[in-house]
Design a protein around this ligand. Structure first.
Ligand code: ADP
Ligand code: ZN
Length: 441
C-alpha cells in the first residue's frame, strides 16, 4: 500500500514547485540560524534570495561529514539545544560519531517517512512488526519504531541482537514483517536452520533491510532462506536516519527517495559535477523540511545512481540504485578501486560458497594485497567428509575458480582463502564490518 498517496504519487511538476518553495525556506533558515553555514554561503556569494529555481541548488556549497566534526557537537543546529526533543548520533562506523538533533516537527516528518517505508515494504496496519534495528543513539531502532506506530503496526521493540529471543518472539508473537540489517537477517536464517525451524512455519513475510551495503545475490539468499520478500531501505543520520528512501515490493528495483523531504543529486566525487541519470556517482542530499538540522548538499560518500523511470507501484518519486559502496569503504589495491560489494556479487552466486566473507588488506612490503576469506557451504563441507585442511583437491579447484572469477570482476589478483562453515564473524545485530584493513595497524 501507499501510505501517503497525495505526496508519493504527486505529478512531477507539482513536486518541483513544492521542492523549490521548501528549498528556499531551508536556505533561508540555514542562513539566518547556522552561523557556520552563513559564513560558507557568504563565501560563495549565494544569498537566500538568489535561489530562484531548483537549478540554483547547484550554486550552493556542499556540506561534508567533516563539517559535522568541525562543529561538534551542536554547531550545525538551526535551533537552540533547548528546542530539541531528541539527540541521536551516527554509529561511528567510520570514525567519531556525528551528532544530530530533532525538534518535535522533525520527529513527525521522520515518523511519516518511516511509515511510508514500511507500507512500501508490504506492511498493513495491524500487522505485527519485529523491529530488530538497534535502539539507542543509532537512528535505526527509534526511527522505525515511530514510523511503525504511526502506521498502526503492532511494534515488537526487540532491538538488535539476542538471536535466541528474536526467534522465540518471531514464533510466539508472529511478526509478519521484520526490520534489520541484511547481515543480521542471515544470522537469523542460520539460527532458524540450526534449530530446524522451517521459515514456512512462521508468519514472517517481509523484510525491510538496510543500513549497510548488500547485493542482489544477497537478497536472493535471504529471501530464499527466510522465505520472505526483502526490500532495501536507505538512510543516514545526517539527513534524518532511516527513511530517506525505500524500495517498493511491486518492483524491488531501486528505492524511491521521498523527494518532498529530501532533494537528491548525484555528482562525480572528483569534479563535483552532476552525472546523468543511470550513471553512478556520489549521492548528495538537501533536506527540505527539517527544522533542527537542515543540511544543504550533504555529501553522503555513498555511491549510487538515480532512475527516473515510472514505477509499477504508482509512486512518482525517483529511485536510487543499491549503494555500490561508500567512498570510505573503497579499497585501492595496487591502483585499482575495489568495493566489498563487488566481491559479494561475484562470489555469492558460486554454488559451493556461503554468503559469509571477509576482506583483509595487507601491505607486506610496498604493494597492497587483498585476501578474501569466504566460507564454503554446508553441503560442500559435508562432501569433504568432515575434514577440512584446505589441501583437498576439491578445495584447491574451487579456490582457483573463485580467484579467476574475482580477477574477471575486479581486474586484480586477490588471494581466496576458503574456510569451513562457521569460521567468519556474523552480525550480532547491527552493521557487519566486512573489511579488515591491516595496513593501518
Ligand atoms: P555510520 O556512518 O556511522 O554508519 P549511520 O548509522 O547514519 O552512520 O549510517 C548511514 C550510512 O549507512 C549511509 O551513509 C550508508 O553508507 C549506509 N547505509 C544505510 N542504508 C544503506 C543501504 N540500504 N545500503 C547500503 N548502505 C546503507
Ligand atoms: Zn515503486
Amino acid at each position: 500500500m501507499i501510505w501517503n498517496p497525495e505526496m508519493e504519487t504527486m505529478p512531477r511538476r507539482e513536486l518541483h514547485a513544492l521542492q523549490l518553495r521548501r528549498l528556499q525556506q531551508t536556505v533561508r533558515r540555514v542562513y539566518d540560524h547556522v552561523s557556520f553555514m552563513r559564513g560558507r554561503l557568504d563565501e560563495t556569494g549565494v544569498r537566500p534570495d538568489r535561489v530562484k529555481t531548483l537549478d540554483d541548488l547547484r550554486r550552493l556549497p556542499f556540506t561534508r561529514k567533516s563539517d559535522f566534526r568541525d562543529t561538534y557537537p551542536f554547531g550545525l543546529l538551526a535551533v537552540p539545544v533547548s528546542q530539541l526533543v531528541r539527540i541521536h548520533a551516527s554509529s561511528g562506523t567510520t570514525g567519531k560519531p556525528t551528532v544530530v538533533g530533532y525538534t518535535s516537527s522533525d520527529l513527525r516528518v521522520w515518523a511519516e517517512v518511516c511509515a511510508r517505508c514500511l507500507a512500501s515494504s508490504g506492511a498493513q496496519p495491524g500487522d505485527v512488526f519485529q523491529n530488530a534495528y538497534g535502539y539507542g543513539l543509532f537512528t535505526g531502532g527509534l526511527g522505525m519504531h515511530y514510523g511503525a506506530e504511526l502506521m498502526g503496526l503492532v511494534v515488537v521493540p526487540v532491538s538488535g541482537g539476542n538471536t535466541e529471543r528474536q526467534i522465540l518472539l518471531l514464533q510466539d508473537f508472529g511478526a509478519k514483517i521484520i526490520a534489520c540489517t541484511p547481515s543480521y537477517a542471515l544470522t537469523l536464517a542460520e539460527a532458524l536452520e540450526a534449530r530446524d525451524i522451517h521459515p514456512g512455519s512462521l508468519p514472517l513475510r517481509y523484510g525491510v533491510l538496510g543500513a549497510e551495503p548488500w547485493t542482489e545475490a544477497m537478497r536472493d539468499e535471504i529471501e530464499r532462506r527466510l522465505g520472505i520478500t526483502a526490500v532495501n531501505i536507505y538512510g543516514l543520520s545526517e539527513v534524518i536516519g532511516p527513511g530517506v528512501s525505500n524500495e517498493c515490493i511491486e518492483e524491488q528495483n531501486g528505492a524511491h527517495i521521498f523527494e518532498d523531504h529530501f532533494l537528491p543529486e548525484v555528482i562525480n566525487p572528483q569534479t563535483e559535477e552532476p552525472v546523468p541519470f543511470g550513471e553512478i556517482g556520489e549521492l548528495v542530499f538537501t533536506t527540505l523540511t527539517k527544522e533542527a538540522l537542515p543540511v544543504i548538499r550533504y555529501r553522503t560518500g555513498d555511491l549510487a545512481s538515480l532512475d527516473p523511470a515510472p514505477c509499477r507501484c504508482g509512486r512518482t518519486f525517483v529511485r536510487m540504485s543499491r549503494i555500490m559502496g561508500r567512498t570510505d569503504d573503497m579499497l585501492i589495491i595496487r591502483g585499482v578501486n575495489v568495493y566489498p560489494t563487488q566481491v559479494e556479487a561475484a562470489l555469492l552466486r558460486v554454488a559451493e560458497l556461503s554468503p559469509h566473507y571477509q576482506l583483509v588488506v595487507t601491505r607486506p612490503r610496498t604493494l597492497d594485497e587483498l585476501d578474501v576469506s569466504i566460507e564454503v557451504n554446508d553441503s560442500f563441507a559435508k562432501a569433504l567428509g568432515g575434514s577440512f585442511t584446505g589441501e583437498e583437491e576439491a578445495v584447491q579447484e574451487l579456490t582457483i575458480r573463485c580467484q579467476q572469477k574475482l580477477l574477471g570482476v575486479l581486474g586484480i589478483t586477490a588471494r581466496v582463502i576458503l574456510v569451513p562453515p562457521g569460521k567468519l564473524p556474523r552480525s550480532e545485530g547491527g552493521k557487519l564490518r566486512r573489511v579488515v584493513d591491516q595496513r593501518k595497524l
